[in-house]
Design a protein around this ligand. Structure first.
Ligand SMILES: *[C@@H]1O[C@H](CO)[C@@H](O)[C@H](O)[C@H]1NC(C)=O
Ligand SMILES: *[C@@H]1O[C@H](CO)[C@@H](O)[C@H](O)[C@H]1NC(C)=O
Ligand SMILES: *[C@@H]1O[C@H](CO)[C@@H](O)[C@H](O)[C@H]1NC(C)=O
Length: 418
C-alpha cells in the first residue's frame, strides 16, 4: 500500500461516519502496517489500524454482529463461525438462503486444529497444500467437528470448508478476535464481486455497522475449493479459483513425487461428475447461479469444436441469427472478447447491428480477464444491450476459473469458426 495513501488516511478522523440511515463506520486499515510471526500473531506499526481492528473485533465477539473486511479475493461479510446465531446474521444481511455452506476463515494452524475433530490428522496432501498455499486463496474441506461447528455453517453437511486468508487485515482481524470467522462475499443477492470498500458501502451500507477499508482487493477471483478427503486419496477441485489446477499439480508433484504416493488432481465436471453433490452442495458457489445479467448471454466458443448436435457456424451466420431475434429494429449487441480477438474483427460490419465492445484484456493475462468479467456483465447490462456475446478462453491456468464463471452466466453457447 502506498505510503501516501496511508498518510492521507491518518489525516482523516479515525472513524468516518458513512452517509446512510444507519450508523455505519468505515474504518481505514493499512495492510502494510501489519506483520505476523511464525505462530500467526499480528504485530502492528500503526495505532489507527490496531484500534480499528479492536473495534471490529469487539463488534464481532461481544456484540455478535457481522463486520465487513477485505480479503485477498473480495470483501467479505464476516461473523463468528462457532456461534450459530451470529452466523445466521450473515444470511439475513445478504438476503441469501441459509442452505449454502460458508467458508470458515482461520488465522493460524493452531486455530485450524481447534475446530477439527480431535482424532483427525492432516494427510500428506493437505500438509503440502497448506505449506505452499496458506495463507492464500485455497479452501479445503475437512471433516466437521459436529460438537462445535453449527449446522448453519455447513448447511448440514459432514464437512467444513476452511481457508487461511493472506490479506493482512483479514488475518489480523481473525487473530485479534481470536475466533474463526465465516465470511462469504459482502454483496447482497444479485450484485457482483465487491472488490472495493465503496462497492460494499453502496450495496450494504445501511445493513452493516462496520466496514474495514483496506483498499482494493487483488485477485478478484474467489478461492479455489478442493476436497482431499475421498478414500482414493485424490484431490478433487470443486470450484476453480485463484489457485490454478496447474499450481496444485506442480506443488503435489514437487512435494510428494519422491514418496511414490502422488494423488491425482481431478476437476469437477471435467474429470468426474458427482450428481449427489450438485444437489446437496458441499461447497460454496456450487448450487446457486452466480451473478448473471438480465439480458441473454451467449458463450461463443472459437477454440473447441462443437459437441454432437451443435453446429459450427460462421461469424456472419451467428450475427444474422441474433438479428433475426429482433425483426423490427436494429439489434444492439454487447461483445466481450480478449484484446486482439479475431472474432471481434469478423463480427464487425453487419447491417442492422450496433456493437458495444467491452475488451477483457490480453489472452496472456487471464487474471486480468477474470477481474474484468463481472465489471463487463454489469456495465453492458446497465447500458441496455439486447444480448451479450462473450468469447471463450482456453481452460488452462486461470482460464479454468474464468470459463467456470462464464458458463454460470451464459444461458446459451455457439461454436464459431475463425
Ligand atoms: C508470536 O507472538 C506471540 C505474541 O506476541 C508469542 O506469544 C509467540 O510466542 C510468538 N511466536 C513465535 C513463533 O515467535
Ligand atoms: C513488532 O514490529 C516492530 C517493528 O517492525 C518490531 O520492532 C517489534 O519487535 C515487533 N514486536 C514483536 C512482538 O514481534
Ligand atoms: C457476489 O460476489 C461473489 C464473489 O465474486 C460472486 O461470485 C457472487 O456471484 C456474487 N453474489 C451474488 C449474489 O451475485
Amino acid at each position: 500500500m502506498a505510503a501516501g495513501w496511508y498518510a492521507t488516511a491518518l489525516l482523516l478522523p479515525r472513524l468516518r461516519r458513512c452517509v446512510s440511515t444507519m450508523p455505519c463506520q468505515l474504518l481505514r486499515c493499512d495492510p502494510a502496517s501489519i506483520t505476523f510471526n511464525a505462530s500467526g500473531e499480528p504485530n502492528f506499526t500503526a495505532d489507527a489500524t490496531r484500534d480499528a481492528l479492536s473495534i471490529a473485533s469487539h463488534h464481532l465477539v461481544a456484540l455478535k454482529r457481522p463486520v465487513v473486511f477485505p480479503t485477498e479475493t473480495v470483501y467479505g461479510l464476516g461473523a463468528l463461525a462457532l456461534d450459530g446465531t451470529a452466523a445466521s446474521l450473515i444470511f439475513s444481511t445478504k438476503g441469501r438462503p441459509a442452505d449454502n455452506p460458508l467458508i470458515v476463515h482461520v488465522s493460524s494452524m493452531s486455530m485450524l486444529r481447534s475446530i477439527l475433530p480431535p482424532d483427525y490428522t492432516l494427510s500428506k496432501t493437505y500438509e503440502a497444500l497448506i505449506k505452499h498455499f496458506w495463507p492464500g486463496p485455497l479452501t479445503m474441506l475437512f471433516p466437521r467437528h459436529a460438537d462445535i461447528i453449527p449446522n448453519i455453517i455447513t448447511a448440514g453437511q459432514s464437512t467444513i470448508a476452511v481457508r487461511m486468508p493472506s490479506h493482512p487485515v483479514a488475518r489480523a482481524l481473525i487473530a485479534v478476535a481470536n475466533a474463526p470467522l465465516a465470511a462469504p462475499s459482502a454483496n447482497s443477492s444479485g450484485k457482483p464481486s465487491p472488490t472495493r470498500a465503496e462497492h460494499v458501502h453502496r450495496d450494504l451500507g445501511d445493513k452493516v455497522d462496520i466496514i474495514l477499508d483496506g483498499g482494493p482487493c487483488g485477485v478478484g477471483l474467489e478461492s479455489t475449493v478442493v476436497d482431499g478427503l475421498g478414500a482414493d486419496g485424490h484431490l478433487r477441485v470443486l470450484r476453480p479459483g485463484g489457485v490454478t489446477v496447474e499450481d496444485l499439480q506442480r506443488t503435489l508433484h514437487q512435494e510428494l513425487h519422491a514418496s511414490g504416493d502422488m494423488p491425482r488432481v481431478l476437476v469437477h465436471r471435467r474429470d468426474y461428475r458427482d450428481d449427489a453433490m450438485e444437489l446437496a452442495p458441499t461447497t460454496p458457489g456450487m448450487k446457486y447461479k452466480h451473478y448473471s445479467p438480465s439480458v441473454p448471454v451467449v458463450l461463443v466458443h472459437t477454440l473447441t469444436s462443437p459437441p454432437e448436435g451443435m453446429q459450427l457456424q460462421t461469424a456472419a451466420s451467428l450475427v444474422s441469427s441474433l438479428r433475426d431475434r429482433f425483426p423490427d429494429r436494429p439489434v444492439h449487441i454487447g461483445l466481450m472478447t480478449p484484446d486482439d480477438s479475431r472474432l471481434a474483427q469478423l463480427l464487425h460490419g453487419h447491417e442492422g447491428v450496433s456493437w458495444r465492445l467491452f475488451p477483457l484484456g490480453k489472452v496472456t493475462q487471464p487474471a486480468v480477464i477474470a477481474q474484468r468479467l463481472f465489471d463487463g456483465f454489469l456495465t453492458l447490462d446497465r447500458e441496455g444491450v439486447d444480448v451479450i456475446l462473450i468469447e471463450g478462453v482456453a481452460e488452462v491456468d486461470e482460464g479454468l476459473a474464468i470459463m467456470n464463471r462464464v458458463r454460470k452466466a451464459a444461458g446459451e453457447a455457439a461454436w464459431v469458426s475463425l
